[in-house]
Structures are given as C-alpha cells and as structure tokens.
Design a protein around this ligand. Sequence first.
Ligand SMILES: [Zn+2]
Length: 392
Amino acid sequence: MKLFSFKNFLKTTLFLFFILLLILIVSGVSYFVIDKVQKKNNLMDIEVYSPVSSLIVEENPIKKSKYPFVDVHSHQWNMPLSDLSGLVEEMDSLNMGYMINLSGSGFATFSGNQSLMDLNLSKSLDNVKENFPNRFGLFVNLNLNKIDDEDFAQSSVDILKDAVKQGAIGLKIYKNLGLNLKDSKGNRVKVDDPRLSPIWNTCGELNIPVLIHSGEPSPFFDPIDKFNERWLHARQKPGSFRPSEKYPSFNTVMKEQSNMFKNHPNTIFINAHMGWMANNLDELEKHLDSLPNVYTEIGAVIGELGRQPRRARQFFIDYQDRIMFGKDTYKKSEFDVYFRVLESKDEYFDYYRKRHGLWKMYGLNLPDEVLKKLYYKNASKLFPSIDISLFE
Ligand SMILES: [Zn+2]
C-alpha cells in the first residue's frame, strides 16, 4: 500500500488553495458592498462617530487639583518590586498627596495563595516604609475561597492582625464576593454571609476601614438591547455584564450588602464607587442616612455625577462628611476630568471613556470647604496615619 501519493497531495493543496481564494474574494466583495451601502446611506459604526462640539463656551481644563488630595481607591499591582519615584513624581504633578493602594498583595491576589499574598504585602509595606512613608497607604487582601475551612475565621483574623501590626491601614474586599465566589458546596457566597462576620468584627476592633466593592453598575444586570445605556460597554467588554441566568439581580446584591453593613455597626465601611448609586442619588441618601458607619468614594463614577451637576452638587453639600476622592484605575491623563467636574462650572465637556457614557460632562463648582473634605479631610479622619500637616 502506498502511504503517500504526490498526486493526491497536489490535488488537496490545490483544492485548499481554491477554497481560500474563494473565501478571500467573497469577503473582499462583501466588504466592498457593505462599505458602499453604508456610505450611500450615510451609516457608520457608533464607535467611529465622534462629533466635535460646535458649542463655544468658557473652557477651564484643570490638570492639578485645587487642594492636595488623597486617592482612597487605587490599584498598584507591582508595589512589592517597583521603584515608586516615578509614580510619586506623577502624583506631585496632579497634587495627589497620598495614595491608598488597595492591592497591597499585588499580583499574588490572583493566585489565591494567601501566604504568597501576605509575603507580597510585607514587601510592599517595606518598599513604602523605606522610600515614601508619607505618600502611600496599603490595604490587606484576603482570599475568601477557603470560607468552609475549619480555621477560616481564626486564620483570617490572624492575617488581619498581623497586617495591621506591619502597617496596613484597611481591608479591601473585591467584587467576587456576592457575584462569583462559591463555597465548598457550590453555593454563591452572599455578601451578608455570617461566616464572614469575624472578619468585619475584627476590622472594627482594629479600627481599620473595609473598602468593599459589591455588584456592578445596574445596567450590567439588564438585557443588552437598544435601551441599555451601557450597550457599548457590553460590546467592548461583554464579560462585565451579569446576565440573570448566571447571576443574582442588582437589587439582591445591594440588599445583601446593606444588610451586612447594618449587622456590623462598629465597623467602618467604604462603599466603593458610590455603591453604584451615583445614578440614583435619592437612593444613596437613604442608604447613608440609615447606615452611619458607611462612607463612600467616587471612583469610576465621575461620569454619573458630571451629567447631573445640580443634583450632584446638592448631594456633595448635604453629605460632605461622608464622601472621599477615589479614582480606581490609575491613569494620570484621566484625573483632569475629575478635577474639572468637581471644581469648575464648565459646561458640556468630554469624558474620557466612551463606553462609560455617551454623554457630556458639566462642572459641579463645589464650595471650597466641601472640596477640602472630599479631597483629604474626610480621608484623614478615617486614616489617622495620613500626615495632614503636609497638606495644609
Ligand atoms: Zn477598584
């Protein structure tokens, strides 16, 4: 029997070549036709459409905040190893006096290996202590996957105590709690799960705040259709959405979170991203009124505030003792939009990320005293290690 026939090989190659050629021709023609039809009907992709505003109004771009500020919600993943001097230079240029790195354990957080996380936190703390002790605060991270282990509560308590002894100033809880985290039986761990109570109680005893991110913006739980105002987000980052077949509803997660706050009145919680209620400030008011142990920060939700300047301004005045500055993703070039929304009275200016909102921003023109509280005074109350004399 002949295993290899050159004739057959040639035949197959030629056949595949023609198929490939056919695919190329068909897709080329389709592309050409679609392009022609789109041009003829004046159609274009929503991501391409970038109209330049013809509105002529006063413009006051702000590259540096009016007062020094504390960013209470930052992630620096490589702090155990990185040289921090470049970062400090950037912080100076923004007027950021102090940064709280919620990811003290760095990349090890993704490994789920608690001893590696603890080791990385120690290294990060050493790096800060040796180089810029007045500029950074670090949060400890806990691996909640072992929630059913016999010694889970005790070992979590020990980790917290040890981290605080070494200099950590808070605990960060990631959004997997309430969404993806499962226990050993495969059940979703609710935000108000009693197995986590020893952790919250210990933070209260140690007098360190817990910054917690629960859920996602509410449109991420809604159907992805033409009515969803985060439709573009769904197209660019489909994994961010939380379809009801796989996830609890927005309201379920939020209720669990409020319940957990209520059950631990002696612990200070920072409800990250304005608790995903920046688009419903009436609701956030009720939340803060009923939970005196809860604070919030504005990370990643400036786009919600900048589209309702009058309502948001009133909110910042009424709740001036409860809100702090946060940014989340650290990118130097994006801070100016935060400053401009908070400080200026500019109208109709651009936000930096289309998928967060297809709308324009307006300045809140916050009073100086409110700005100071937002920028650093409230943070310095929650984090006494911040040396406020450097700010004034
Ligand atoms: Zn974050």
